[in-house]
Design a protein around this ligand. Structure first.
Ligand SMILES: Nc1ncnc2c1ncn2[C@@H]1O[C@H](COP(=O)(O)OP(=O)(O)OP(=O)(O)O)[C@@H](O)[C@H]1O
Ligand SMILES: [Mg+2]
Length: 294
C-alpha cells in the first residue's frame, strides 16, 4: 500500500479525508451469522441512509449487537456482504486497512472505557492509534474539546471511570467515539440504565450532534422515548432478519405482531403520547425523511 496515492489506494476517486457523498453509508446484504447450531441472522439486509438517525430495535438476543459488530468488522459473518462508505468490510482481510476504521466512532453496550485510564486518556486512545504523529499537546487539546462537546464538565478530563456516574460514563464513551471526527456513529444502548431526565438529555445531545456534525447514527435501543424523540427511521429485528424499516407511522401500518405489540403496547402508547406533548411545546415537529426498503 505504501507509495500509493489515496485515489490509487481506495480506487473510487475519493481522497482519503473526503466525506462520503453516496446515499447509503452502510449497506448490508444477505447477512448470515451462526454460532454453532444457533443462527442469529439469516439473509438479513439493511441500508442506512446518509445523515439519518436509524433506531435499531428487537427483543433481547435478536442479534442487534452482533449486527453492529459485523458492520464494524469485529464479527466475521458466516455469509453475506457488508459495505461501509462503499467499501466491502466482508471482503477485507482481518487486518487490512480499507480506509474506513478512522471514519466511524463506537459507543459499545456497557461503555467499555479503559478503567486504568482517565477520561482524557480514553479519548486519546483512538487518536494515538490512527494519528501517532500528533503532538501530545494537540492530542490533549482534542481530548479536552471532545469531552466538553459530549456534555461533561472540563474537570472530568482528569477523572477515572470509577469516579464517574453512569450517565457521565456514557458521555465519556461518546467523547471517545467522537475523537476522530467520525461521519458515522454507532451507539449500542446509550440510554440504558440512565434516569429519564438523563436519557432525555443524552437523546438531545445525539440529535444535536447529528445535525451540527452531519453524522449518520446507527442507534441500538430498547428506549421507546428515544425512538419517538430522535430517530428518523427505525429498523426492527425479529425472526433473524430486519422485518421492517421506516418511520414509526410506517411501521405501525404493517401488521407484524411484534411491531404492533411493541409500538401499540402500553409502553409504546405512553412514549407516543409523551412525544405528542413535547411536539406541542416546541413549534415545528421534526421532518421525517421518506422510507425506502430495507
Ligand atoms: N461471540 C459469540 N459467540 C457465541 N454466541 C454469541 C456471540 N455473540 C453473540 N452471541 C449470541 O448471539 C445472540 C445475539 O446476541 P446479541 O448480543 O447481538 O443480542 P442483542 O440483540 O444485542 O441483545 P440485547 O438487547 O440483550 O443486547 C445471543 O443469543 C448471543 O448469545
Ligand atoms: Mg446488545
Amino acid at each position: 500500500m505504501n507509495g500509493l496515492t489515496a485515489e490509487e489506494k481506495f480506487g473510487d476517486g475519493l481522497a482519503e479525508h473526503e466525506r462520503f457523498r453516496g446515499e447509503y453509508p452502510i449497506v448490508v446484504e444477505g447477512l448470515v451469522n451462526r454460532f454453532g447450531k444457533q443462527t442469529v441472522h439469516e439473509n438479513l439486509s439493511l441500508k442506512v441512509k446518509r445523515g439519518e438517525i436509524l433506531g435499531v430495535v428487537g427483543g433481547s438476543g435478536t442479534g442487534k449487537s452482533v449486527l453492529m459488530r459485523s458492520i464494524i468488522g469485529l464479527q466475521r459473518p458466516s455469509e453475506g456482504n457488508i459495505k461501509v462508505f462503499g467499501r466491502s468490510i466482508t471482503d477485507a482481510e482481518p487486518d487490512e486497512d480499507i480506509g474506513v476504521r478512522n471514519r466511524w466512532g463506537v459507543l459499545f453496550q456497557g461503555g467499555a472505557l479503559f478503567s486504568t485510564l482517565t477520561v482524557g486518556e480514553n479519548v486519546e486512545v483512538p487518536l494515538k492509534q490512527f494519528y501517532p504523529e500528533l503532538s501530545a499537546n494537540f492530542r490533549h487539546e482534542i481530548a479536552r474539546y471532545k469531552t466538553i462537546l459530549s456534555g461533561l464538565p472540563e474537570d472530568a478530563v482528569s477523572k477515572f471511570p470509577s469516579e464517574l456516574s453512569g450517565g457521565m460514563k456514557k458521555r465519556a464513551g461518546l467523547a471517545r467515539a467522537l475523537a476522530l471526527d467520525p461521519e458515522l456513529l454507532f451507539l449500542d444502548e446509550p440510554t440504558a440504565g440512565l434516569d429519564p431526565i438523563g436519557a432525555d438529555k443524552f437523546d438531545k445531545l445525539t440529535k444535536e450532534l447529528q445535525q451540527t456534525l452531519g453524522l449518520t447514527v446507527f442507534l441500538i435501543t430498547h428506549d421507546l422515548d428515544t425512538l419517538y424523540a430522535i430517530c428518523d427511521r427505525v429498523a426492527v429485528l425479529a425472526d433473524r432478519q430486519v422485518i421492517g424499516v421506516g418511520t414509526i407511522p410506517e411501521l405501525l401500518a404493517t401488521d407484524h405482531p411484534w411491531i404492533q405489540e411493541y409500538f401499540n403496547g402500553p409502553r409504546g402508547r405512553a412514549a407516543q403520547s409523551s412525544q405528542k406533548r413535547a411536539d406541542k411545546k416546541t413549534s415545528g415537529a421534526m421532518d421525517k425523511p421518506t422510507v425506502t426498503g430495507a
